[in-house]
Design a protein around this ligand. Structure first.
Ligand code: E4P
Length: 218
């Protein structure tokens, strides 16, 4: 399973990338707004830090402008994945950008039918938003299971399922059980996954016992 980190905060990306856990990054207009940074500068900086796909989202909603924006974003770095919304025009832009050799992440996916269309349009990634489905009492993880089953039925579908709108370590665990290709995880959730009270307790005991030996490794 690949981990992308869902943020536009450079300090978080640098810190987490140093663990080797970060296979890519996803951003969206809200995360760019939150960062307070210039869009092009921040995407270029992230692409320097992380070798894997870095999602940069178009702002337009019509095909022609999405395509022009996508082409411009793709020029920032070789590892940019252009993010387009799962709309009729977004799927057209997906197809055109994919045919031009650009990675495309089709975002705002909320149904298995939409995911089928993204795969047929040649998307590199499809992003089902599970947290936002959970918020309206629809089981987001069931959507992930459905999409994975459907994609497995058709080996010519090469689109990777990128689990998005992840809110907890349990989301990541369940996505991994299902076999989703990628989870894009907020930095706070990735850090939560590291922690376990028995690890902390065990480490405290080892540190205390080591001190009692009076020895030093260095
Ligand atoms: C994914 O690419 C999106 O940026 C993100 O996962 C959305 O998450 P949210 O529903 O927490 O805003």
């Amino acid at each position: 399973m690949k981990f992308f980190v869902d943020t536009a905060e450079i300090d978080d990306i640098r810190d987490l990338a140093a663990t080797g856990l970060v296979d890519g990054v996803t951003t969206n207009p809200s995360l760019i707004h939150k960062s307070g940074r210039n869009f092009f500068e921040v995407i270029a900086q992230i692409c320097d830090i992380v070798d894997g796909p870095v999602s940069a989202e178009v702002a337009a909603t019509d095909f022609d402008t999405m395509l022009a924006e996508g082409k411009k974003l793709a020029k920032i770095a070789n590892n940019v994945a252009v993010k387009v919304p799962l709309t009729h025009d977004g799927l057209k832009a997906c197809r055109a950008l994919t045919q031009a050799g650009t990675m495309v992440n089709v975002t705002l996916c909320f149904s298995a039918n939409q995911a089928i269309l993204a795969a047929k349009a040649g998307a590199t990634f499809v992003s089902p938003f599970i947290g936002r489905l959970d918020d309206i009492a629809v089981e987001g993880m069931q959507l992930i299971a459905d999409i994975c089953t459907i994609y497995d039925n058709y080996p010519n579908f090469t689109t990777e399922v990128l689990v998005a709108s992840v809110r907890s370590p349990l989301h990541v665990l369940e996505a991994a059980r299902i076999g989703a290709h990628v989870a894009t995880v907020p930095p706070s959730v990735l850090r939560q996954m590291v922690n376990h009270p028995l690890t902390e307790k065990g480490l405290a005991a080892f540190v205390a016992d080591w001190q009692k030996t009076g020895q030093s490794i260095l």
